[in-house]
Design a protein around this ligand. Structure first.
Ligand SMILES: [Zn+2]
Length: 313
């Protein structure tokens, strides 16, 4: 089954943060923080998902499907023999107000995208997607789960019928079990494992051109040397077999690895020895070559023009 990994956007923006020009740093950092907090909420949900007894279920996370050019992304899907549940994890602020009178959703008085409308849309799109593949009678249920443990959820009476679908994260296992009980007498849907496999095959991972998204060119990038993981300052010094931070004196053997990986994400899928020297802020081509090989890159071409890239998986 497919489990969650760090979202592409977060991975790309974290990588860009290492080389971004000054004028982009604060907005990029704000975006990374927001995405990281969303990712944290999703992983928080995974812990509660572990409390659901799901031996016979199939779980697929972080799925991106396309139905007639409409893209929809679902955080978690649980395929049971009776129904499939789609779960969207939200990590918004302190007070979430699902306002049925105005058909709007507010967080701390700020208007949000409508979680109810979004959940319904995902449900309909998934139903159509499945129907087109022959899974017409497989019921789709949805949950919207709020991951902030301090959130106060207000649901107005007009949204009464959705009460059990919008919930705090710690209540998810119980509400999900209640739904399973509601379906207890329904006939099992024979093809649910096949449906899960089809969804897995239909997953279209997101690609991100992070430079274009942020309006940065390769020429704008700034190479500040190796970043210290303790104090976040750049410019660690290369000593024999290790890096040392001139600011906090932290020692690391692997501080170059995130820098090179970030280069491969942001700039190019291959890196030359002289580019590596530039990224790491070192003068020794010998050291650069050794570090590139050491993190598992493979050499393509030879001589001064030779470059290194990740092996194909
Ligand atoms: Zn440091």
């Amino acid at each position: 089954m497919k489990y969650r990994r760090k979202p592409v956007e977060l991975e790309c923006e974290e990588a860009l943060l290492l080389f971004a020009p000054e004028n982009k740093l604060s907005s990029l950092l704000a975006s990374v923080k927001k995405r990281a907090s969303g990712y944290k909420g999703e992983r928080e949900f995974d812990y509660h998902l572990g409390l659901v007894d799901c031996n016979e279920f199939r779980i697929i996370q972080d799925v991106r499907l396309i139905h007639h050019s409409q893209v929809f992304q679902i955080d978690t899907m649980i395929f049971t023999p009776k129904f499939v549940a789609i779960i969207d994890v939200k990590n918004n602020g302190r007070v979430i107000d699902l306002d049925g009178e105005r058909d709007q959703v507010y967080s701390d008085d700020e208007k949000l995208s409508n979680h109810i409308a979004q959940a319904r849309r995902h449900k309909i799109l998934l139903q159509r997607w499945l129907a087109e593949r022959g899974f017409r009678d497989y019921p789709v249920e949805f949950f919207v789960v709020y991951s902030n443990p301090k959130v106060i959820l207000q649901i107005s009476p007009k949204y009464e019928k959705h009460f059990s679908r919008f919930l705090l994260i710690e209540n998810f296992p119980f509400k999900f079990n209640e739904l399973c009980d509601e379906y207890a007498k329904c006939a099992a849907f024979e093809g649910y494992v096949v449906a899960a496999k089809q969804v897995l095959a239909g997953h279209r991972p997101k690609q991100m051109d992070v430079l274009r998204t942020w309006g940065v060119t390769k020429e704008d990038l700034v190479y500040r040397g190796v970043q210290c993981s303790e104090c976040n300052r750049f410019g660690m010094l290369r000593l024999k077999g290790m890096w040392q931070c001139p600011n906090c004196k932290h020692i690391s053997k692997h501080a170059h690895e995130p820098m090179i990986r970030a280069y491969l994400i942001v700039v190019d899928e291959q890196i030359s020895v002289s580019e590596c020297c530039k990224v790491l802020g070192i003068g020794s081509r010998f050291t650069a070559r050794r570090l590139l090989l050491h993190i598992g890159l493979i050499s393509i071409g030879s001589g001064r023009g030779g470059t290194y890239k990740l092996p194909k998986r």
